[in-house]
Structures are given as C-alpha cells and as structure tokens.
Write a protein that binds this ligand. Structure first.
Ligand code: ATP
Length: 598
C-alpha cells in the first residue's frame, strides 16, 4: 500500500501527528490522501471508531472510495463526503430535536429552487440576475458579502425558506455549529467515535467549517488526529468565504494542539513548459520541478487574443479534431468555461459541428444536485451500470441507502452483507417497461418499495423528498437551458457512465482533474475573475483571485494548453471586456498555432 510513493509522500502518509500538508498541483495529493486513509484503516484496533474524510465535492469523495476499492481496502469504518453531508449525517439528522428551528421537521432545498427564490429576490430588489449573492454565514451568524445590500438579501432569503420549514446547505452548517457549541453531549459523542479527520482541499474551507471541526477536535484531544492537505495557490473559493488558514490559526481552532507542517514538492502531471507557464501566477517563489516521464516534451501552448467570440467554437472544433487525429482520447480534452452559463450554448454548438465526437457537459445533467436526497441515491443504483468494475461501489451505495432507509423506517431492514446483496438483486431485477426517464424512475422506485413491502405514504419525509426530487427534474426540463435535451432513460443512464467525451466544465468544476489538452476561453477581466466577486475589493484581492484562477486552469494541462481571450464580449454598459490583466502580463514564449509541428 506504500508502494509508488516518493519520500515526501511516504513521510506524510506515515506520520502519526496532526499534520498540515501543502502540495503543489500534480504532486500526488489525492494519492497521498487515499494511501493515508488506507494506512490508518488497516491499523485500526477498534471496531467502534470511524475515520472521516471531508472533501470539497461528493465526486472527490467518490473518487477516494473508488481508489480504496481498487486497493481492496474494506471501508465500513470510513465516512467520506462533503462537510455538508457530514453535518447532515452526524449532527443534524440524529440531533435535530436539540435545535428549535428544526425540531418540528425540515427539508433541504435543492439548488434549482434556491436559485429560483434568489432570482425572485434579485428581481424584487432590482439586482442583475448574474450578480452572486453569498448566503453563507460565519460562526457569529454574519453574512460575508462585501456589499451590505447583498447581505440583506441573503438574510431575507433565509427568513423566507425557514418560514416553509426549509433549510439550505448554509443554514445546515450554521445550525450544526450552533448545536455543537450548545450541547456538550453532541461534541463528546463525536469526539469519542472519530479517530481521524481528513480534510482535502483545506484551502477552500470556510470559517464555520474550521469551527465545526475545531469543536470536535478540541474535545477529542489526542484521541483524534487531524490531517489537512491542500494548496493555498488554488484557493479559488475566496468569494464564498474559503480561506487557507495558517498552521497557527488552525492550532488555535483545535485547542492549541501541535500540528506538524509538511510539503510535497514536484509535479508528476505536466511538462516543465506547462509548469513554467502556470508558475507565472504562483504566490511564492517555491520551485516546481516536472517529475513525470514526459517532463521535457514540448507540447503546444498558445494564446489567442484576436478570435471573435462567435467564432470560438470553430477554433475549438479544429483543436479537438487535430488532437483526436493525433491519438488523444476525447476524455483527455477539456474546455474550460469561466462560468456555468457559458456551458450549454457552447456544448450545443460543438455538438452540431462535431456530431461524431462525444461531449460531457455536467451542466446538463437532469438530476437535481442534492446528493443527500434519498431518491438521488436510489436513482444512482437504478441508473448506474452493473459490471464487475462497479460492483464494489454499488454494494457500498446499497449499504448507505439501507442505512438511510432504516433511519426513515425505524430500522425495519437488515444491513448485513447478505441483506445488501439481496436488496441489490431486487434493484437489478426491476426493469420497468418505460422509455421516458422520469416515468421510468417513478415506476422503478415504486416497484422497489413494493418488493420491500413498505408503504411509501407512511413516511412523510420520503414523500416530501420525492416531490422535491421529481419537481427538480421537471423544472430543469422546463428551463431554456434544457431545450433539445433528450429525456429518455438512456440519456438518464449516461449520467453515471464514466465519461468518455470531451469535457466542458467551469474552472471550478475541473479542480483536481487533469487532461492532456486544455482549451480555456473567456480569459477576460470581469469573467476571470467574475466581476461580481471582485467589485469594491482592493487591488491586492482582485489580483490574487485572478492569479489563483489562472493557476488552477493552467495546472490542469498535462501537455497542451490553448488560451483564448476573445474579442467581441461587451457588458450592458457597452464596455468591451479586455484580456485578463495577469495573463496579459505573463512572461511566456507561446507557440504559434497548434498545428505548427515542433
Ligand atoms: N509518486 C508518484 N509517482 C508517479 N506518479 C505519481 C506519483 N504521485 C502522483 N503521481 C501522478 O501524478 C498525477 C497527479 O496526481 P494527483 O492528481 O494526486 O495530484 P494533486 O496533487 O491532487 O493535484 P491538484 O492539486 O492539481 O489537484 C497523477 O496522474 C498521479 O497518478
């Protein structure tokens, strides 16, 4: 399990102290995290303890668990997921009776619904719909927008959903923290059952999240170790309150316990040229050496500041065709858009000019994004492929689902190995004769409950979640973004297939990913970074936000990087967007066009 680790990685994996690990892009952060979890799981001497791995996205948690499956590591004593899932599973769900705002029941609203309510509020207050309103709270219940007017809207939003006994992920975190500080019993219980808390991408952790982890670790003392890994140069969620706290600040959060500092240098992902490019945006002088086998390959790194926005898709189509001809797989090519609203129109244009090339644009998934929803979890079991490769994951998902179902039905179902196998067989045997995706899922869910001899109507929370889940899908199909999107069951099943197409995603969505060829566009001041996140901010903050985004974008590429600061983008005021300042100033010898062989 310690094979294939270099000396710095090995040192981080085997430490038995609280540790803060700073790792540059491509240095093997994910490898270190996975091996460290495996290492600790194997050394467990108690059946009652748990390891917690907190990741920024559910996708990252799934990736860690999949890698542990590949290493053959049993995961019964691992809990992996986002801090929101963690708070829901370990604090809100078991202890909601302790919080007056939640004691009479509550549901978690879906992203779509949240966006809709916020848009209505923006309209009411005459604020442009694309202006970002951060609804996050800090530990003192303050909102964190630079603009006080946006704070008032965030407050109004929370008041309006609470009236309907609804909460969003921000309130979920806030109530979790409040319950922890007000109830010694909850703090002590959590402190007793966790042996390790891992935090991936610690640079994106918000104040409340540090505070929640800190509460547990302060009580646990030496019995629970903290392991944080991340890269301050990739802290691109500053406008949402994400911040890489210093070692001393983190020590303070955990009751002044010692934390050792470790660094993982070197980059296995990219050529030295790619590294030299993205180092233009690094905040420190620390050298990064390309260590991979292809470190010295030349690749193509281009900057185009002349193409008009309306012709971008033609350029992209040329680059994609050229790469595929050279043997690059479509899934090794990624187009990075500045914000989500660039995704759908671009994907549609590219699909029309390259009909034979598959594309994978996550913005167009029909399922609501709340993965805490019981029905989302059940959909995953109905929609994902049944192959030897997916069998361990499906078993794990089944076991989690039964756990949830036991919570809703007062433990009426067994959750031993043999039970999970039986329930999986039931799921595998249900194949409704229905081609429409929504109707297929409705029939499949009902058939599953019938086979379990459970009457869905007996479980109010599940019925409520059902409505939110299916309304979420229907609302998506009614939106203009979804015009022309297929609604058949095959399309739904593609959501859970490993992606084989050219990836189109935002600079936030591709964090942690790597591709042979990266095409990034919209590298214009006001998009990168988005103007609403830098408005009224001092220069040093806007420059730092800009550098971090360019650093993340550049460091996704293994070999080829095509940058576009296109012409023709104008604000409502008539102002023509200009090339991102830091990119314009970067010192780099770009190649001519991508088809000039070197
Ligand atoms: N010791 C090693 N030897 C060879 N290859 C390695 C080693 N460690 C990591 N790699 C490879 O380097 C690449 C980058 O690793 P990984 O994705 O874990 O980087 P990361 O540090 O998480 O990057 P980022 O911060 O950009 O997300 C992967 O392809 C991984 O397999």
């Amino acid at each position: 399990m310690l094979d294939g680790l270099n000396s710095n990685q090995l040192d981080a994996v085997t430490t038995d102290k609280n540790a803060l690990v700073i790792a540059c892009p491509g240095s093997g952060k994910t490898r270190v995290l996975t091996r460290k979890i495996a290492y600790e799981l194997e050394r467990f001497d108690s059946k009652k303890k748990f390891i917690v791995a907190l990741t920024y996205t559910n996708r990252a948690a799934e990736e860690i668990q999949r890698r542990l499956d590949d290493l053959g590591i049993p995961q019964e004593q691992l809990w992996a997921g986002t801090i929101h899932s963690f708070c829901y599973q370990w604090i809100i769900k078991p202890y909601s009776a302790y919080e007056p705002a939640l004691v009479n029941g509550f549901s978690i609203i879906d992203d779509n619904k949240k966006r809709k309510i916020l848009n209505e509020l923006k309209k009411k207050h005459s604020i442009p719909f694309f202006s970002d309103i951060n609804t996050g709270l800090d530990r003192n219940a303050n909102y964190m927008n630079a603009d006080p007017y946006n704070n008032a809207i965030a407050k109004e939003f929370h008041e309006s959903i609470l009236e309907n006994k609804e909460i969003d992920f921000d309130l979920l975190l806030y109530y979790s923290y409040k319950m922890l500080i007000n109830n010694k019993k909850i703090r002590s219980h959590l402190a007793n059952i966790f042996s390790h808390i891992f935090v991936d991408e610690f640079q994106d952790t918000q104040d409340l999240q540090y505070a929640i982890i800190g509460q547990v670790l302060t009580v646990a003392g030496d019995k629970c170790k903290l392991f944080l890994v991340g890269d301050p140069d990739q802290a691109i969620y500053g406008s949402l309150g994400g911040t890489p706290k210093s070692l001393y600040e983190i020590q303070e959060e955990i009751g002044n316990q010692d934390i050792v500092f470790k660094e993982i240098p070197g980059n296995y992902r990219s050529t030295q040229r790619i590294v030299d490019f993205f180092r233009n945006f690094q905040s420190t002088e620390v050298n990064i050496e390309a260590l991979g086998q292809r470190a010295n390959e030349h690749g193509y790194i281009t900057l185009d500041t002349t193409t008009n926005k309306d012709n971008l898709y033609k350029e992209f189509a040329d680059i994609i065709t050229h790469n595929i001809k050279k043997g690059v797989k479509p899934s090794e090519i990624c187009i990075i858009a500045p914000q989500w609203y660039f995704l759908t129109p671009l994907a549609q244009k590219l699909k029309s000019v390259l009909p034979d090339i598959p594309f994978d644009a996550p913005g167009v998934s029909p399922l609501p994004t709340n993965r805490e929803s019981f029905w989302w979890k059940l959909s995953r079991l109905f929609l994902s492929e049944i192959t030897p490769k997916t069998s361990m994951s499906r078993f794990r998902w089944m076991s989690h689902l039964i756990n949830d179902l036991n919570g809703y039905t007062n433990g009426s179902l067994g959750n031993e190995y043999i039970d999970c196998r039986r329930y999986l067989k039931i799921i595998n045997s249900i194949k409704p004769n229905e081609s429409n995706g929504i109707l297929y899922l409705e029939k499949a869910f009902k058939a599953f409950f019938n086979k379990l001899e459970l009457d869905l109507n007996d479980y109010y929370v599940l019925v409520e979640q059902w409505d939110i889940f299916f309304d979420g899908i229907r609302t998506r199909y009614e939106s203009t973004d979804f015009i022309g999107t297929p609604d058949d069951i095959q399309y739904f099943k593609n959501i859970f297939k490993p992606s084989t197409g050219v990836v189109i995603n935002t600079c936030y969505g591709v964090k942690g990913e790597e591709f042979e060829t990266v095409i990034a566009f919209g590298l214009l001041w006001g998009y990168i970074p988005h103007w609403s996140s830098i408005r009224n901010q001092p220069n040093y903050i806007t420059e730092s936000a800009s550098n971090k985004l360019l650093y993340v974008i550049g460091s996704r590429a293994k070999k080829n990087l095509h940058l576009f600061a296109e012409k023709g983008r104008k604000a409502n005021s008539g102002y023509a967007y200009q090339t991102n300042h830091q990119l314009a100033q970067a010192k780099f010898e770009y190649d001519g066009t991508y088809y000039q062989e070197k």
